[in-house]
Every structure is written in C-alpha cells, then in structure tokens.
Design a protein around this ligand. Sequence first.
Ligand code: NAP
Length: 340
Amino acid sequence: MALRLRMAKKIPKGEEYDVVIIGGGPAGLSAAIYTQRFLLKSLVVAKEIGGQLNLTDAVDDYPGLGKIRASDLVNKFKQHAEMFNATIYHPEEVTEWTRLPDGRFKVKGKRGLEVIAKTIIMAVGSVRRKLGVPGEKELAGRGVSYCSVCDAPFYAGKDAVVVVGGGDAAFEGAILLSGYVKKVYLVHRRSQFRAKPFFVEVAKSKPNIEFVLDSIVTEIKGKESVESVVVKNKNTGEVKELKVDGIFIEIGFEPPKEWFQKLGLETDQTGYIKVDEWMRTNIEGVFAAGDCTSQWLGFRQVVTAAAMGAVAAYSAYNYLVEKGWYKPSEVQVKGTIFQR
Ligand code: NAP
C-alpha cells in the first residue's frame, strides 16, 4: 500500500499541456512557478528533482534564505511549484519531442510518457564531469564539491583544499578559495592551462596557491568527510598524499550536445543550447533555461538558473498569447494563490 501511495500518478496518454517543462532543477521548477502564475497548464517532467543542487551540501547565496541545506532548498522549490498546482512527473526521462502539423509538439518519455505540448521549456541542465576515483561518490557533499563559487565560504579558516582542473572555473575557484583557506593546491593533469592568462597570472601571484602539475588525483580519502587526496605525477610516477579539508572538482561540464542537435536545437561549439535574451531557442515555441543554455556560461548559480526559468516562462506565455492559444481556464483566487 505504502509503495502504491509513493508511485507517481500516470499521466493520460495524449493529455495536452500549455507548457511541458523538461527538467526538475532550479530552472525547471522556477519556470513551473511562473507558468502556473500565468495560468498555463504546466507539466514538469524530471529524471530527478533538484538537479545540480543534489551535489551540494548547503547554499548561502540565494537571496532571502540565508544559509540553507541544499536538499531543503530543493523541497522549497518543489513545494512552491506545487502550491501553484504544477504537475511534477518523475522519475521520467524525455527522449524526444516532435512538432505536429498544427505547431504543437508530441513529447515522449522513456517510461511511456506521451503528451502534447503547445510550448516546451528545456531545463535539462548539464552534467558536471566527475573524476571517477575512489572516494569521490562516497564523500560528495562532505568535502567533495563541484562548485567553488558556491561552496568556498564554507571552508573559511580551514587549513587546505585541492582544486582540480586547468580551466577558468578551476582558476577562478583557486583564487577565490585562497582568500578563505590557508593553502590551496591546484592539481592539473598537464602543465598548460585552458584558463585565461589573466586568471593564471593572478593565481601565480598568490603565495598560498601551490601548483601540482602533470598530476592526477587517484583517490579521495576520509571517514566522515574528506581528510586527504592522493595525487600521482604522470611523468615521474611519484605519489603524494595531500592532507586537506576538501576537494573542488572543476573539470568542466558535459551538455547532451548530440541529443540537442538531434532535436534540431542550435548549440554553441561546446554544446550548450543557444538562446536569446528572452530564452528563445532557434525553434519557435521552444525555450531553454539554466545550465543547458549558453547564457551566462561561467556563472552557474541557483539564482541565475531560477532567473532564466522565470524569463523562459514569461516568453512561453507571450508566445501562447501571440499565437492566440492562451486560454486560461476558470480560476479560483485564494489570497495571492491562483488555482486552476
Ligand atoms: P573547461 O574549460 O572545459 O576546462 C576543464 C579543465 O578540466 C581542463 O583544464 C581539463 O584539462 C580538465 N579536465 C577535464 N576532464 C578531466 C579529467 N577527467 N581529469 C582531470 N582533469 C580534467 O571547463 P570550465 O573551467 O568548467 O569552464 C567551462 C566554461 O565556462 C568555459 O567556457 C569557461 O571559459 C567558462 N568559465 C568562465 C569563467 C569566467 O570567465 N569567469 C569562469 C568559469 C568558467 P585539459 O586542459 O587537459 O583538457
């Protein structure tokens, strides 16, 4: 019985929605809050609720909330979308959508979802690259972080951390962390950097940043949280164990470029969906928000993802109005809460 209660209700085949939002992270849930407030019938389809927040321990830079556990913030987003009666369907993975002759879309999922959408908001995020070494998964959120900008302040006064990577994110992270932590080891697999020369110069000028080059991380150790990181020099074979309080893995992202291109979405050269300032993609009626877009690349924050979701919702609403497809159903007004 308990199992039945926890199972998602089936969405009837062919059910029509004003907006289908693909993705259940901050961008997708923010889009759902706004589409519902525009009285659009919205469906959020998500593999998981929370997106990148599920890799984070705490958030202290979302306005108005102070410091909050990332899992609590995910629940707040979800409850907020549900307060406006958004339907959230998960776990389900959208595999394809195709345009129908009348301009609407047929959206299909891996587990049998098949619905009709007048507009689509892509908020599928992108996946942070992982090192794939022992200890990484086990200590994620307990000293293993994938976002220096998000988590650096939590390490204030700590003795040492490792930052992995040689791109802008790793350098930006190392520079930021050098203000909070006594010692920062920047571990990179080569001795050349992708990062902008400016970042490299600033990092080199910091006395507490030590470069550990031509080296790879082979293991992350710790019981309750990270205690040390094992690093191997690729040229000499020398193995070192660095005593640290945390490790920031900043080795880039992988958007599902091939899938986007198969859907006909234009991407930038790194694979992110190209959007204009109103989150419109190259396909009429399809909008995109959050980490899957090329917008504000390099500043991936919960607040920026949420902002993009809100803008995408507004654009979807305007699109429906322009098409003459906007037909808000009867609504009850309860205080400031609109319910369908
Ligand atoms: P990135 O530019 O793709 O760099 C990733 C780095 O991680 C590279 O140095 C790469 O090494 C290394 N790496 C990749 N896979 C690895 C693995 N399995 N093990 C060890 N190292 C690995 O990624 P990013 O730094 O996250 O930046 C992403 C985008 O955001 C870029 O366009 C960047 O310019 C932008 N960004 C901009 C700013 C800013 O301007 N403020 C800040 C952050 C990010 P190799 O070099 O050997 O391939």
